[in-house]
Design a protein around this ligand. Structure first.
Ligand SMILES: Nc1nc2c(c(=O)[nH]1)N[C@H]1C(S)=C(S)[C@@H](COP(=O)(O)OP(=O)(O)OC[C@H]3O[C@@H](n4cnc5c(N)ncnc54)[C@H](O)[C@@H]3O)O[C@H]1N2
Ligand code: MOO
Length: 410
C-alpha cells in the first residue's frame, strides 16, 4: 500500500501553481496576495488633529491656569474633510475636529474638555505641550513603504490597509473554485423522505463546508446515482466551473463503484490504496480537455472527511498560492487506550484540551469512543485527530501521541 506522504506528494504533482489575477478589492477578501503592495502616499497624508478641540500656538498658553484662563479669538472652524487650507498666527486659534487638517502655524491641539467651548473666543484653562493631539503625516506609513508582502492572506486588517493606501484592485491568487460531487444510488437529499435502504446524503455538505473553510469558492453539486453515463455527463458539465473536483464514494471494490469505473476509462485517474485508516481507497488524476484535477475520496463519511483534511487540504493550499503544508500537529497524552490496524496509519477523531500538566505542555487528548468510518457523530465536536503510526497497533492511556489540529471555524 502507498504511504500517506507519497499520496500527498502525488496529488500535489497534479496541482499547477495558480495564475495571479487583478481583483477588485471587494472580491479580494480571503485571497492570497501575489505581489508586494507599496504605499504611494504617506499615511496620514497630512498633519491632522487626533481630538475635537482647538488648534493653537502652544506658547500662547504657557500661563493658562484654571483660575486664569487664556482667551483666544477663534478665527476658523475646521471640520474633517475641510478643503480650504487655513492658518493661525500666535494669539489666534481655530476650532478643529478629529481628523481635520492642522492649520498652518498651529503646533498643538487643545482638547475641547480643557476649554469653555467658545466659538468666537475660547478660554483655555491649562498649558499645552507642542505636538499635543497632532497626528503627523507619515507616522503610520511612509510613501514608498511596503505595507503588505506577497503571500499574505487578505483578512479584514489587510483589506483596511489596502483601501487606506488607495488601492481599488490587487494582484491576488483568487480563491480556487472547488466542485463537490457525491455518488451513490442510495442517497437522498436531506429534507426529502427516505425509501427502503436509502440514506440522507451528507458527504457533499461536509466536504463543501471544509473546502469553504479552507478558503475556496465551493459549488456543491450534490450527488448523482450510480449510472456511469449520468456520472460522466454530470462531471463534464461541471468542469467549466472547477479548478479542482472533489468526489466522494464509488472508489472501492463494489460492483457499482461508478466513479472508479467511469474515470478509469478516461485513463488519467489512478485508483490506489493508501496505508491509512480511515480512507484506504483513494484516487486522483485529471479530467476533461483542460486537465482539471480530480480527487476522489471514499464514500464512508468519516473516511471522506479525514481524507479531505489529510490529502485534499495541501492541494487546496497550493491552489490558493500558499505553501502546501499539512495541518499543524502537536503532542498530547491520551486519556484512553487506542488501537489501530497493523501497517496503516490511523487518524482517530478526538478532542484535544489544553489543560496544564507539564510533559506535554499540558495537553491531553480524548479519543472518541466510536471510531467507525460510518460513525459521523464523533466527528461533530472533534477538534483533533490522534495519529497512530503504521507500525503501532495499540497505545495505552497516558501515551504521548502526535495530534493533528483540525481547522477551527474562522
Ligand atoms: N470488499 C471490499 N469492500 C470495501 C473495501 C475493501 O477494501 N474491500 N473498502 C472499504 C472502505 S475502507 C471504504 S472507505 C469504502 C469506500 O467505498 P466507496 O468509496 O466505494 O463508497 P461507497 O461504497 O459509495 O459508500 C461507502 C459507504 O458510505 C456511504 N456513503 C457514500 N456516499 C455518501 C454520501 N454522500 N453521504 C452519506 N453517506 C455516503 C454509503 O452509503 C456506504 O455506506 O468501501 C469499503 N468496502
Ligand atoms: O478505510 Mo475506509 O476509508 O475507512 O472505511
Amino acid at each position: 500500500m502507498k504511504t500517506v506522504e507519497q499520496h500527498i506528494t502525488d496529488i500535489l504533482g497534479l496541482i499547477a501553481a495558480p495564475e495571479p489575477t487583478e481583483l477588485d478589492l471587494l472580491r479580494a477578501h480571503g485571497a492570497v496576495l501575489a505581489a508586494d503592495v507599496v504605499s504611494p502616499v504617506d499615511l496620514p497624508g497630512f498633519d491632522n488633529s487626533s481630538m475635537d478641540g482647538y488648534a493653537v500656538c502652544a506658547a500662547d498658553l504657557d500661563k493658562a491656569a484654571p483660575d486664569a484662563p487664556v482667551r483666544l479669538p477663534v478665527v476658523a472652524d475646521i471640520p474633517a474633510g475641510d478643503a480650504t487650507p487655513t492658518a493661525v498666527r500666535p494669539g489666534l486659534c481655530a476650532r478643529i475636529m478629529t481628523g481635520a487638517p492642522l492649520p498652518q502655524g498651529a503646533d498643538a491641539v487643545v482638547p475641547v474638555e480643557w476649554t469653555d467651548g467658545g466659538t468666537v473666543t475660547v478660554g483655555v484653562d491649562r498649558p499645552v505641550r507642542v505636538g499635543n493631539a497632532i497626528r503627523r503625516a507619515g507616522d503610520d506609513v511612509r510613501e514608498g513603504a511596503t505595507v503588505l508582502r506577497s503571500g499574505v492572506r487578505l483578512g479584514p486588517g489587510e483589506m483596511g490597509v489596502l483601501a487606506a493606501v488607495g488601492r481599488r484592485s490587487v494582484l491576488v491568487y483568487p480563491r480556487p473554485r472547488v466542485v463537490v460531487l457525491s455518488t451513490g444510488e442510495e442517497l437522498v437529499e436531506p429534507g426529502r423522505p427516505l425509501g427502503h435502504g436509502q440514506i440522507w446524503e451528507s458527504n457533499s455538505f461536509m466536504i463543501a463546508a471544509a473546502a469553504r473553510e479552507a478558503g475556496c469558492d465551493v459549488h456543491r453539486h450534490g450527488f448523482v446515482g450510480d449510472d456511469p453515463a449520468t456520472v460522466m455527463e454530470t462531471l463534464e458539465g461541471l468542469l467549466g466551473r472547477a479548478d479542482v473536483v472533489v468526489t466522494t464514494g464509488g472508489v472501492s471494490m463494489g460492483a457499482y463503484d461508478v466513479v472508479k469505473e467511469v474515470l478509469s476509462r478516461l485513463g488519467t485517474v489512478e485508483f490506489t490504496q493508501v496505508a491509512v485508516q480511515p480512507g484506504k481507497p483513494q484516487g486522483f488524476g485529471t479530467v476533461g480537455p483542460e486537465g482539471t484535477p480530480i480527487i476522489t475520496l471514499p464514500g464512508n463519511p468519516v473516511s471522506a472527511y479525514v481524507s479531505f483534511q489529510v490529502f485534499v487540504l495541501p492541494a487546496l493550499r497550493r491552489l490558493r498560492g500558499l505553501p502546501p503544508r499539512s495541518l499543524p500537529t502537536t503532542r498530547a497524552a491520551l486519556t484512553a487506550p487506542v488501537s489501530s490496524p497493523p501497517g496503516r496509519r490511523s487518524y482517530l477523531r478526538a478532542v484535544l484540551s489544553e489543560e496544564s500538566d507539564g510533559a506535554t505542555a499540558g495537553r491531553t487528548v480524548a479519543p472518541a469512543s466510536r471510531q467507525g468510518s460510518h460513525q459521523l457523530s464523533a466527528l461533530a465536536g472533534a477538534n483533533a485527530l490522534v495519529v497512530v503510526p503504521e507500525d503501532t497497533t495499540d497505545l495505552p492511556e497516558g501515551a504521548v501521541v502526535e495530534v493533528v489540529r483540525l481547522p477551527e471555524l474562522p
